[in-house]
Design a protein around this ligand. Structure first.
Ligand code: FES
Length: 360
């Protein structure tokens, strides 16, 4: 093992760059960029966003070392005697647990969603879509600070090893090189893949998180929040395994925001009036107390549970930035239904007369 490299905090950064080039190379060789619909605006944003993450990592590393030395001078390098067998899991488990909740919070908070929304505005997957977030999102990203703290505590080799493992998983789960797709098709490997996908984030698992709508039965944009390990999703009830890949990626109501608004919101706002990051945009509840009686055709429908949809009682994707998900339900044949519109029914999507309690 090259201890010099493992004790240089820059090794992690170099590896991130090498891995990006590696996955980009595979995607190019596989011809995934031949028909790309990425515009110049998208390329600029994806490049700038990566620079944003690099800057915040630099701030976090310098900041933790400066503050640590100032307030906890005795803690400097205090864990440097830890073995890698203890230090790597210590770094990785806390890192990934923190990111699961930060990521989930970014989906469930109106304000924070606007900083993570650029990531989901990507209509194509690929290595360059990995680092699409606002500058503020990256500034508060617990992982950059945790890496700084571990470095301060003397766990540099463990942080580098953990970062390398994590980077490989995260980059591959965003890549258009779906290494797991082929393995799912081999029946004999199915039990192995069950174990693999219960431990790490596979491309299928993460692509489902980027799918446009739950209606396809494959996607769950408000689920599969994990970054390196899928254990948190299993533990907290947000995991969906289908072993399939969505055909449509992005936001249900896309807006063509400028890269600067994506990156620097709220300091720069979008000029697109339908965009959540435009000036004066307010998410308003449109739910009403009375149920809706309607004839519904056969097929899959998505019932809005958050109350913000403009196409009530159906979901239009406005639940992003709330803790609610739409409920997908199947109609075998066309029939008359009474759908809840007050959103407090216990038999969603159908009305159970709970709206009568609101009036009382
Ligand atoms: S808009 Fe999707 S659940 Fe309300």
């Amino acid at each position: 093992m090259n201890y010099e490299l493992l004790n240089d905090p820059n090794t992690g950064k170099y590896f991130v760059l090498i891995s990006i080039l590696f996955f980009a190379g595979i995607e190019i060789v596989l011809g995934h960029y031949k028909n790309t619909k990425r515009t110049k605006n998208v390329w600029i944003f994806e490049g700038m966003s990566f620079i944003g993450l690099s800057i915040t990592s630099f701030i976090a590393l310098g900041g933790t070392i400066y503050l640590g030395t100032l307030f906890f001078p005795n803690a400097l390098n205090s864990l440097s005697h830890w073995s890698l067998w203890l230090a790597v899991p210590f770094y990785m488990i806390i890192d990934d647990f923190a990111q699961y909740w930060y990521h989930r919070y970014a989906h469930e908070s109106h304000w924070m969603w606007k900083h993570h929304r650029p990531h989901h505005a990507a209509e194509e997957m690929g290595i360059s879509a990995t680092y699409r977030n606002s500058f503020i999102y990256y500034l508060w990203l617990p992982n950059v600070w945790w890496a700084g703290i571990c470095t301060f505590l003397g766990l540099i080799p463990a942080t580098i090893i953990g970062l390398i493992i994590k980077q490989l998983i995260v980059a591959s789960s965003h890549s258009t090189w779906k290494w797991d797709e082929f393995l799912y098709k081999i029946k004999a490997l199915s039990p192995v893949m069950t174990v693999v996908e219960r431990i790490i984030i596979t491309p299928a698992f993460h692509h489902a998180h980027h799918g446009k709508s739950k209606a396809d039965g494959i996607s769950d944009p408000n689920g599969n929040f994990g970054n390196a390990f899928s254990v948190w999703d299993q533990l907290f009830g947000t995991a969906l395994y289908t072993r399939q890949f969505p055909t449509d990626y992005g936001l249900p109501t896309p807006a063509k925001d400028n890269w600067a608004a994506h990156l620097f919101y709220p300091f720069i706002k979008s000029k697109q009036p339908n965009s959540e990051i435009s000036k004066g945009f307010v998410k308003e509840k449109t739910a009403e107390n009375e149920p809706i009686l309607m004839k519904l055709e056969a097929g899959t429908h998505l019932w809005c549970q958050c109350g913000f949809s403009k196409t009530q009682p159906f979901c239009d994707g406005s639940h992003h930035g709330t803790k609610y998900k739409p409920i997908a339900f199947e109609m075998k044949k066309e029939r008359e239904v009474k759908l809840c519109n007050c959103k407090i029914t216990k038999t969603g999507p159908f009305c159970d007369n709970s709206h009568l309690d609101i009036k009382a």
